[in-house]
Design a protein around this ligand. Structure first.
Ligand SMILES: NC(=O)C1=CN([C@@H]2O[C@H](COP(=O)(O)OP(=O)(O)OC[C@H]3O[C@@H](n4cnc5c(N)ncnc54)[C@H](OP(=O)(O)O)[C@@H]3O)[C@@H](O)[C@H]2O)C=CC1
Ligand SMILES: O=C(O)C1=N[C@H](C(=O)O)C[C@H](O)C1
Length: 238
């Protein structure tokens, strides 16, 4: 499969290694620090583009892929205000777009566990739910895309919760998400239910970026064969 990489930072480089190991070809690398462009024939020859850049760059990159009719796998977080427009462009399989706030298999299992726990806790009014995410200091967005997906999973399943917010103070009816930036942490997400007598905690910690990058390449293989707006639920059949 011919892959175009858009963004050649920490994730772009991790994805390149795994894609090559799986027998794919990288035909174009578009990044601030490189000369390849969306106008090149090499970019237009790609079967799929994988985009990991920064929140404010992502949407216009997706449109450039759509102009060339190239399916996009998107890992960039922090741009979701524009998601409805992308979904619209994918109606009737006109364009193909695969988005995940987190491509790792472990986190996607954790997403399901989170929803199941929220369903159980729905009737347990003595417990208050809160969340913490920890990432490396270069991360631009807060809270993480993964934390937002986790909060949405709780909101879907708990009648008492309808919003999330970045943690500032205790005693809010919203789900408070504390975002911590330290060192080189690849990504840690923790959900805590606390009552006056105990705590229930579920926790996912990534040991490296390998799981995110492998999931993105698997998603690219899937997006090259399927049409429309795609997600990890389509890939994993959860
Ligand atoms: N969904 C998932 O599983 C995961 C998502 N992410 C998300 O992916 C994104 C990228 O993460 P990461 O690789 O760690 O970030 P990095 O900063 O390491 O890499 C991003 C790269 O994109 C480049 N870039 C910036 N603007 C553009 C543009 N307009 N076109 C092309 N390239 C551009 C940057 O250049 P420069 O440095 O010069 O700006 C940089 O080289 C983040 O939003 C992060 O949250 C990360 C891990 C997993
Ligand atoms: O920026 C990162 O590094 C990560 N971003 C994603 C997010 O915002 O959830 C996924 C992962 O946690 C790493």
């Amino acid at each position: 499969m011919k892959i175009a990489l858009i963004g050649y930072g920490k994730m772009g480089q991790a994805i390149e290694k795994i894609a090559l190991d799986r027998g794919h070809e990288i035909v174009s690398i578009i990044d601030v620090s490189r000369d390849d462009s969306f106008d090149d024939d090499s970019f237009k020859s790609a079967d799929v583009a994988i985009e990991f850049t920064r929140p404010e760059a992502a949407y216009s990159n997706y449109l450039k892929c759509f102009e060339a009719n190239i399916p996009v796998v998107s890992g960039t977080t922090g741009w979701l205000d524009q998601l409805p427009e992308i979904e619209e462009r994918c109606k009737n399989g006109e364009q193909t777009f695969f988005y995940a706030s987190n491509f790792s298999l472990g986190v996607n299992i954790f997403f399901e566990l989170n929803k199941q726990l929220a369903r159980i806790m729905n009737k347990m009014s003595e417990y208050n739910v809160s969340m913490e995410e920890v990432h490396h200091t270069q991360k631009l967005d807060a809270p993480s895309g993964t934390a937002i997906t986790l909060a949405e999973g709780i909101i879907e399943n708990m009648d008492a919760k309808s919003n999330w917010k970045l943690y500032k103070e205790e005693n809010s009816s919203d789900i408070a998400i504390k975002a911590i930036r330290e060192g080189e942490v690849p990504g840690i997400h923790t959900i805590k239910y606390e009552s006056p007598v105990d705590e229930i905690i579920i926790h996912h910690s990534a040991k490296s970026r390998h799981g995110f990058a492998l999931g993105a390449v698997l998603a690219a293989e899937f997006a090259a064969q399927n049409k429309g707006f795609l997600s990890m639920n389509d890939l994993l059949n959860f």
